[in-house]
Design a protein around this ligand. Sequence first.
Ligand code: PLP
Length: 381
Amino acid sequence: MIYFDNNATTRIAPEVFDAMKPFLTDFYGNASSAYDFSRESKKAISRARESIAALLGANSTDEIIFTSCGTESDNWAILGALEANPEKNHIVTTKVEHEAVRSLCKKLEKKGFRITWLEVDENGFLDSERLKNSLNEKTAIVSVMAANNETGILFPVEKLAEIVKENSGALFHVDGVNAVGKIPFNLKKTEIDLFSVSGHKFHAPKGIGALYIKENIKLPSHFIGGGQESGKRAGTEAVHQIAGIGKAAEIVQDFEQMKRVSILRNRLENEILNKIPNSRLNGTKDYEKRLPNTANISFENTNGEAILARLSDLKIYVSTGSACNAESHRTSAVLQAMNIPFSDAMGAIRLSLGRYNTEAEVARVLEVLPPIIAEIRGFAE
Ligand code: PLP
């Protein structure tokens, strides 16, 4: 099979699996217990916290709190900011956030909170002047993603954090879920207060994430119960998961691998655009301003779901930017926000590569995709 859907989730690295195993078999003691049987578990948790802190460039391991996933980290950041600042009722976010932020903000809007939904242009970029103008004394939090999961577009979060801090007293949260492990971060040098991480996006298992909380920030506890995670997020530690995310963080600190991935992605993207008529890249062409692994490409007058199904028959796995069913033909909210025409947005697919992909896999996709598109267009005529 060919797996080109690494922004959805990734394969567990073999080294990660090996690092997890002892905590599922031999060292099953509760990490909070005082006896020596729990010592290995405690050590594994602190090692993992060090690895995540190093991967993010945090100032201290105290800034890293383990959660169950990126969604939990995103929810905690936003709800925590509101709870900590009950006199504030305004949130600033963008129209292209992941549902973990977007759906929560929509719900909060229905409850009476004021949300500013920042627009993006046709290349997927934010206007930082608009961000600046949206801030006021009631703004509790600004939540912006580091990298868009559908297009790979990078927001300049370090610069945006400075704008927020210079112009308001709001907290600045970054959904870093689809950026971590693909591009480096050095959070201690930034004004970013809160930063969400999800393990399964960088070769750790599903069910483990983290929230970076800058030293001076007081975020109310998320789960109330035992005193785990410095009392900030109660619940018996999932040591095997934590050991897994820690090992994955060590592995992905080798960003040389992402250079190789970007060469594969660039070849795939350029040859698709050259070979297949009426195809277009969604988002900027500038490699510096997007993730090294992602290409979101539209094939006019086709259907993303049909392309996905044909590729899936060949055991090639990608994802689509549209949701098409009998009742509705809806295109992705991200592509809509970028004003991609409907006939293009319906025919969008996302190819997201990873560390385990090869040149031969790229060649295979380049061989089979053009006839698939031609065939779908033939049916459509
Ligand atoms: N934020 C972004 C940008 C994502 O891409 C995802 C997952 O696709 C999430 C948040 C949610 O992360 P998780 O699946 O770990 O809950």
